[in-house]
Design a protein around this ligand. Structure first.
Ligand SMILES: *[C@@H]1O[C@H](CO)[C@@H](O)[C@H](O)[C@H]1NC(C)=O
Ligand SMILES: *[C@@H]1O[C@H](CO)[C@@H](O)[C@H](O)[C@H]1NC(C)=O
Length: 262
């Protein structure tokens, strides 16, 4: 400030020229770095700014350079700066359907975007659920992240029977390829219906035979268990019976013998 004020004061011509030359020299020495975005002017001198990822904890003095300190953990500065503190990373709140697409670091800000199925709305400055396409309409592909659904009417040969924000129009079934004939034409909302297809039978067979096989196996195992139980029961009972019989025979014989002896 002081030199500028001095220049405004009228001076004798030679002196003025000298002052101008002197100033020019000084300017030539100092200006080149000072015009750079990496320098700033302070106390009539050019000093280094702080590099991205750092902030200026103290400005330069006539005897010392600027003091730069690194940003904190959740902070950043993405420019050469004279800031006295770093900027705080924004929060990508999942509760507001936001997620971080770039985590950010000391030199770059975190970037948030809406989660899948949502897009950014400038009206509410929030993530809004993507529009759903009615039946007869499909979502244009590719489904773009952070963009609202673009619904297109299904062209001839295609249909959509669902209300969805992601489903595209699907082509009608080709009955000829499947070996059947068309019994109902397709529309933009409904698929073609084919007559009973021969290829449908083989796929049905296992579904019919599997349950009956399971029932048969179940029945057989029940019969086997029953047979075993009956076998054990009757053998026990049989043994008891034989023992009783043997006892009775013995007793009878003993009695007979006794009788003879008596
Ligand atoms: C910081 O993040 C930016 C953008 O994501 C990236 O280009 C840069 O390499 C990262 N820097 C470091 C030091 O990781
Ligand atoms: C079905 O497929 C055959 C063979 O690719 C083709 O010739 C025919 O035009 C198709 N039919 C329909 C209704 O798309």
């Amino acid at each position: 400030m002081a030199p500028r004020a001095r220049r405004r004061r009228p001076l004798p011509a030679p002196l003025a020229l000298l002052a101008l030359l002197g100033r020019l020299q000084v300017t030539l020495q100092i200006t080149p770095p000072c015009t750079s975005e990496r320098y700033y002017e302070h106390l009539g001198q050019c000093c280094k700014k702080c590099e991205p990822g750092t902030y200026m904890s103290s400005k330069c003095t006539t005897t010392s350079e600027s003091v730069c300190l690194p940003c904190g953990l959740d902070e950043y500065l993405d420019t050469w700066n004279e800031e006295d503190k770093c900027l705080l990373h924004k929060v990508c709140d999942p509760g507001k359907a936001l997620r971080a697409v770039e985590p950010g670091n000391r030199t770059a800000p975190r970037r948030c975007a809406c989660t899948a199925g949502y897009h950014w709305s400038e009206d509410c400055r929030c993530c809004t659920r993507n529009a759903e396409c009615a039946r007869g309409f499909g979502a244009r592909r590719p489904v773009q992240l952070n963009k609202d659904t673009v619904c297109e009417p299904c062209p001839s040969g295609y249909f959509s029977d669902t209300v969805s924000a992601t489903e595209t129009c699907r082509p009608w079934t080709n009955c000829t390829i499947l070996g059947g004939t068309e019994v109902r034409h397709g529309t933009d909302k409904l698929d073609v219906v084919c007559s009973p297809l021969p290829s449908a039978n083989p796929s049905n067979e296992p579904q019919v035979y599997l349950p009956s096989l399971i029932i048969l196996l179940l029945f057989m195992s029940v019969a086997l268990v029953a047979a075993v139980i009956f076998g054990v029961y009757y053998r026990k009972k049989g043994k008891a019976l034989t023992a009783n019989l043997w006892h009775w025979v013995n007793e009878a014989c003993g009695r007979l013998n006794g009788n003879k002896a008596v």
